[in-house]
Write a protein that binds this ligand. Sequence first.
Ligand SMILES: [Zn+2]
Length: 348
Amino acid sequence: MPVVAGVDIGGTNTRVGILDPSGALFGPETFPTRGSDTVQTYVATLANAIEAAVHATHTGARLMGVGVAAPAGNCFNGTIQSPSNLSWGTVDIRSALAGSIGVPVTVANDAAAAALGEYWYGAGRAARHCVVLTLGTGMGAGFILDGKLLRGAHGLAGELGHVILERDGRLCGCGRRGCAETYASATGLCRTFEELLARRSDPCALRASQPSARDGRAICEAAREGDVLSREAFVITGRYLGWVLADLATVVDPDMIILSGGLMNAGQLVLAPALEWFREQVLPVRQGTVRIVQSHMVNGGAAIRGAASLAALQVGLPGYRLDDARFESEVAAGPVVRDAVTPGAPVQ
Ligand SMILES: [Zn+2]
């Protein structure tokens, strides 16, 4: 049976899912992105993980293509261009992986792939103009405007995480200061929490733990138990996020903004201050015009689905179908399709 793979290369973990002709997605298999010494070792590990995932899917499954969603992934030239959360420099992941695994490889920015996944299969099915924010190690954004993915002139559109929120602010992985992702992301939350811990003398259960143990999950648990500094870190993070959402609504005028990524595991801890600040800051004419929702696709599911679907469309996976209006807006070549995909085993 012909299948395609969808790969989501995250700053921390890489996830591999397998899409079959019925539209069922299997997986994901996960391994640490930073576990490899060199890019060559990483590509070899990735190729092995894809092959293992294919064999675990169906007896006789045959890999036809791979879609890769990566930070700073460039859909035009197939490279990952110096992602700020990985120390790889620019890598031609399309050629390297295709050479290793022997099938065509498609590359997309991870947030763009997540936007396509949400638009084709998730909350974005109810929108024509939607923006997907991925709030994890960094902040990514994918824009679907008038049913089309915004790519930009060079395949680099959508770097909302590097909009500068604070002049001379926090040092960002991109080398500049004050970028949105240094405040409104899981990493930003940790940095805010560490600043509060250093500046204030409030009792805090996390003060005695190692800094490396004070991650987003620990801060979230402490906040749920009523820890003052942890709750305050979420309020500050949420306000920065609300500020980003207000500017986004002002510039883009979307139907819907979909929030995803690890930071969203905190739910109302971050959403309540974000929405409060959004309402406070958004241009009055935009009040009430945009739905802000949480993604219900978890663990990189949207990016894996989006990337796998791009690969399926590129290689013309037999039997594979997407909603036609959405298909036409995305890929010029490929089968004419009429039916929506029936989702199979969900990505967990
Ligand atoms: Zn930056």
